[in-house]
Design a protein around this ligand. Structure first.
Ligand code: SF4
Length: 241
C-alpha cells in the first residue's frame, strides 16, 4: 500500500503539487479542533473544497464552539454558509449537531463511531473523517474518489462505498489507514478523475487493473467488467505490507 500511496504523491508532485483537501486544511489550521472538523465534514458534502474551507472559517469566526452555534439563529447561519450547496438543510443540521454536542457531550465531540453516526446528517464517511482528521484514529473514510480509485486499481470489487470501506479494512494494514482518504481524494481530484483519468502520467499504472486491462483507453466505466488475465486482482488475492 505504501508503494501505491507514495506513487500517487510522486505523480501529483511531478504534474502539479495539489492543493490540500478542505479537511486537511481544517486539520492543519490552528483553530481546527474536532468540532470544526465535524461541522466542516457535514458542510463539505457535495460542495467544492475551496468553498468548504472558506465557509468553515467564516462560521467559526462568528461562533467559536458548539454552545455558541447551538444558540445561533438559523437565518444567520444560512447567510454565512450560503456559498455552499444545500445550505438551508445544512444550516438546520449543523445547529442540531451543535445542540447534541453541547447538551449530551459537554461540548466535546465524541471519539466513538457509534455516537457520531447517531447524530443527524452524520453517516459512516463523515464519522470516519472525524476520527481521522480530528483525532488521528485509524479509519478509512470512503467517498466517491476512494471508492472509484480502489475499484479501478483492482484492490476491491465493490458496488458501494460502504462495501469498499469494509473490503479495504480487511485488506490494508492499519498503519496505512490515516493516509488513504487524503491521498486518494487528492488523486481523484487531480489525476485519476472520474472522466478521462490521466493514466499517461500516472506512476502506479503498472499496478492498476483499469489501465492494464485497457479500460482506460476504451473510455469505459470505472469498474472493469472482467478481471485481467493473471496477476493478483481481487481483494482476497492482494496482500499489503
Ligand atoms: S485509472 Fe489511470 S490514473 Fe487512475 S490509477 Fe489507474 S492508471 Fe492511474
Amino acid at each position: 500500500m505504501k508503494k501505491i500511496l507514495d506513487g500517487m504523491m510522486s505523480t501529483m508532485n511531478a504534474v502539479k503539487p495539489p492543493r490540500m483537501t478542505a479537511l486537511r486544511e481544517l486539520h492543519e489550521a490552528e483553530t481546527g479542533g474536532p468540532f470544526s472538523i465535524l461541522i466542516g465534514t457535514i458542510l463539505s458534502a457535495r460542495t467544492k473544497d475551496e468553498n468548504t474551507a472558506k465557509v468553515v472559517r467564516a462560521l467559526f469566526a462568528r461562533y467559536r464552539d458548539a454552545r455558541e452555534l447551538a444558540g445561533a439563529k438559523i437565518r444567520d447561519v444560512e447567510r454565512i454558509i450560503r456559498p455552499i450547496g444545500f445550505y438551508r438543510v445544512k444550516a438546520r443540521r449543523i445547529i442540531e449537531v451543535a445542540k447534541i454536542v453541547d447538551s449530551e457531550y459537554g461540548g466535546a465531540v465524541p471519539e466513538d463511531i457509534d455516537k457520531l453516526v447517531g447524530m443527524p446528517g452524520v453517516g459512516r464517511k463523515t464519522a470516519n473523517c472525524v476520527l481521522v482528521y480530528a483525532f488521528e484514529k485509524p479509519a478509512i473514510p470512503v467517498d466517491i474518489h476512494v471508492h472509484r480509485i480502489s475499484n479501478r486499481l483492482g484492490l476491491v470489487e465493490t458496488k458501494t462505498p460502504e462495501e469498499t470501506e469494509q473490503a479495504l479494512m480487511k485488506l490494508v494494514p492499519k498503519r496505512h489507514w490515516l493516509r488513504i482518504n487524503d491521498t486518494f481524494v487528492m488523486y481523484g481530484q487531480n489525476i485519476c478523475k472520474p472522466v478521462s483519468p490521466m493514466c499517461g502520467v500516472c506512476q502506479i499504472r503498472a499496478d492498476c487493473r483499469f489501465y492494464q486491462t485497457g479500460m482506460a483507453a476504451s473510455g469505459s466505466s470505472s469498474r472493469p467488467a472482467s478481471r485481467p488475465r493473471g496477476g493478483a486482482t481481487a481483494a482476497t488475492k492482494v496482500k499489503f505490507s
